[in-house]
Design a protein around this ligand. Sequence first.
Ligand SMILES: Cc1ncc(COP(=O)(O)O)c(C=O)c1O
Length: 281
Amino acid sequence: MSEVVYLSGRFLPYGQAAVPVEDRGFLFGDGIYEVFRVYRGRPFRFQDHLERLTRSAREIRLDLPDLDWAAITGELLERNGLKGGDATVYLQVTRGAAAPRTHWFPPPGTPATVLMLARPARPVDPELVESGATAITHPDERWGRCDIKSINLLPNVLAKQRAVEAGAHEALFVRDGVVLEGASSNLFAVLDGRLVTYPRGPRILAGVTRGVVLELARELGIPVVEGPILVSDLDRATELFITSTTAEILPVVRVDGRPIGDGRPGPVTRALYTAFRQQIS
Ligand SMILES: Cc1ncc(COP(=O)(O)O)c(C=O)c1O
């Protein structure tokens, strides 16, 4: 079965889906996106993702088309033979295409470009969850609105490439001595028996998985602090993990080559991981 893509109102074979050369996503990175998982046919935390998409659109003053996202998702899954299965869906909306190229907004009425892709999910290797991943620290060179899920990801791309070159799984952004989040994930540490993650605000993306983990921690009676994780805290953190839609909950056992705690995934991470698996099964 060949892949089918949703593009601005049409379901098209992958090879026939194309956007104009002057699409503002291509020229300016003028757009927003979401990634969500589908577990056994059911989009996970769909409402949370749609709310974040709506918020991102509002913050960049993009008129989000009034579409039936659930119906489109259902049809896209079906057309790709993923109905009832595990999938990852990518959704992107740009401010559309207009000529000539201008930095300012295109003329009113220029339709947004909407792209959706659905692919079979690539689950995280259970052995990696068992042994734990590694990370590097990297200066946070991003803009001041990291709460917007913008398709402008150049600093994230550059940081992630550094991580790959260092043989690590993630790059952790550091600003003013604080480890904020990963290049494509949120960060949690266990410090003094408490679960710590950076508070919502313009410095991080409010991850949907982050929200789920906070809920689960409260249900499990794990004390939670939304506050800074300092670079110097990494030496005394007993556990560290990252969260994202695609990585779910992934223990981090080394940062910049130095072990976190005893260098193995710890009990808080395991408890949250087990609770998370129950939520999605
Ligand atoms: C910078 C950044 N932070 C956090 C996340 C995690 O967000 P979510 O759990 O909604 O996937 C992502 C996901 O791509 C991200 O790019």
